[in-house]
Design a protein around this ligand. Structure first.
Ligand code: AMP
Length: 381
């Protein structure tokens, strides 16, 4: 099939990775009459439960990846750690969207921060760390506090060490155990924000505006939009997104996580090369969800309308809510403004993302108050 012919309903989408992001893509795809095949090393997965076919294979099983790609019309992924060899094995048989270039940048913090700096995108000062000498030199330049992060595989604050004083250096270095890392200046941000954006096969770009994110213990807790910022900040975020998507020739959806500073400037933190937790509220609050958008982009369809029906807020439901027993679904379901999304995960471990709730209201502030109230009702008997 030609790379530029649209992939239409009836075709089959292949997804690498089987968590909630794949599940919500699968739901959007099935709604529009596409088939979904998923490959991951796990069984009985959130995506598998709503897919036409669930393949159980390791991501480095290149024979399984090739066979999988031969059975679908386009391959996408729902996590950033797809090995480069896997990406090329898939791309040999079906279009891989987004492509390997975005994956390479998003899965390594050194490449990612260097990409930002090389393209004139604002980023906090950083140094690649490959030896103890690198670390000592970098600390001399950046001073304290700084943040040491593993170059690969870190998420939700894992593989991160805050260095406040010389006493923190040795333990962090030992824990790193020779892994490649990056040392970043600590950013005294006033808010964490993100922008979810999509680029089509024709190069057209759309965004969902600026999302404000509150974290708890390094894990996203609540997202709301519109953000309480001057229009210049939103313009700046849109411009940054245009640069990232264009330079990396992205076909698909990505999210850029950023820090908003006191003076309303933005610093880029990282790129998620796929739909993102902060974009979940688009499922209920927008004409086109981030998942339908991913589908449209990778299928070569025109991108959907990103307008919001109303201000909205989303709260994550972590496994912690299950620790005192089953959450009070009766109380939650009595509240008819609340949209509930559960991911079908069997085991509710603390910190594990089990689902989320979304609400729309007349203002972002009102939506945040409502979504927090509703979540609190889950632990009331
Ligand atoms: P990351 O894995 O890079 O998204 O970092 C996880 C969280 O750690 C971020 O959402 C921030 O809350 C915090 N963080 C990361 N990098 C920095 C930094 N350079 N300065 C201050 N806080 C940071």
């Amino acid at each position: 099939m030609s790379q530029h012919k649209p992939i239409l309903p009836g075709a089959t989408i292949g997804v690498l990775g089987s968590g909630q992001l794949g599940r919500m893509l699968a739901i959007a795809a099935r709604q529009m009459g596409y088939h979904i095949h998923v490959l991951s090393p796990a069984t009985n997965t959130p995506t598998g439960a709503v897919a036409d076919l669930e393949i159980n294979a390791a991501y480095d099983d290149l024979d399984a990846i090739s066979k999988f790609a031969q059975g679908v019309d386009v391959v996408t992924y729902e996590f950033e750690n797809v090995p480069a060899a896997t990406a090329s094995a898939a791309a040999a048989h079906a279009p891989l969207r987004p492509g390997a270039q975005l994956l390479a940048v998003a899965q390594n913090r050194i490449r990612e921060k260097s990409f930002f700096a090389d393209n004139g995108l604002p980023v906090s000062p950083f140094h690649p760390i490959r030896s103890r000498t690198d670390l000592d030199t970098a600390i001399n330049e950046l001073g304290y506090p700084t943040i040491l992060k593993t170059a690969t595989s870190g998420y939700d604050g894992k593989g991160q060490y805050r260095l406040n004083s010389p006493a923190d250096v040795d333990p962090a270095w030992q824990d790193l155990n020779g892994q490649e890392a990056i040392l970043e200046a600590f950013v005294p941000f006033k808010q964490e924000v993100s922008i979810v954006a999509a680029r089509g096969l024709d190069g057209h770009i759309v965004t969902y505006g600026l999302l404000t994110n509150d974290h708890e213990n390094h894990i996203l807790d609540v997202t709301y939009t519109p953000s309480n910022v001057p229009p210049t900040v939103i313009n700046q975020a849109n411009q940054l997104a245009h640069t990232v998507l264009t330079q990396l020739d992205v076909v698909g959806v990505l999210c850029i996580e950023m820090f908003l500073m006191e003076d309303n400037t933005l610093l880029l933190n990282e790129i998620a090369p796929r739909p993102h937790n902060s974009g979940h509220l688009t499922v209920d609050a927008c004409v086109t969800s981030q998942f339908e958008q991913q589908l449209r982009a990778i299928c070569g369809l025109p991108l959907g309308d990103t307008r919001y029906h109303q201000p909205a807020a989303m709260a994550n439901l972590l496994g912690d809510l299950w620790q005192g027993g089953t959450p009070n679904w009766h109380a939650l379901t009595q509240q008819t403004d609340i949209k509930l999304h559960l991911y079908g995960k069997k085991e509710a471990r603390p910190g594990r993302k089990m689902g989320h709730i979304t609400v729309m209201a007349t203002s972002a502030e009102a939506a945040v108050t409502r979504v927090r109230q509703a979540r609190n009702s889950l632990t009331h008997t």
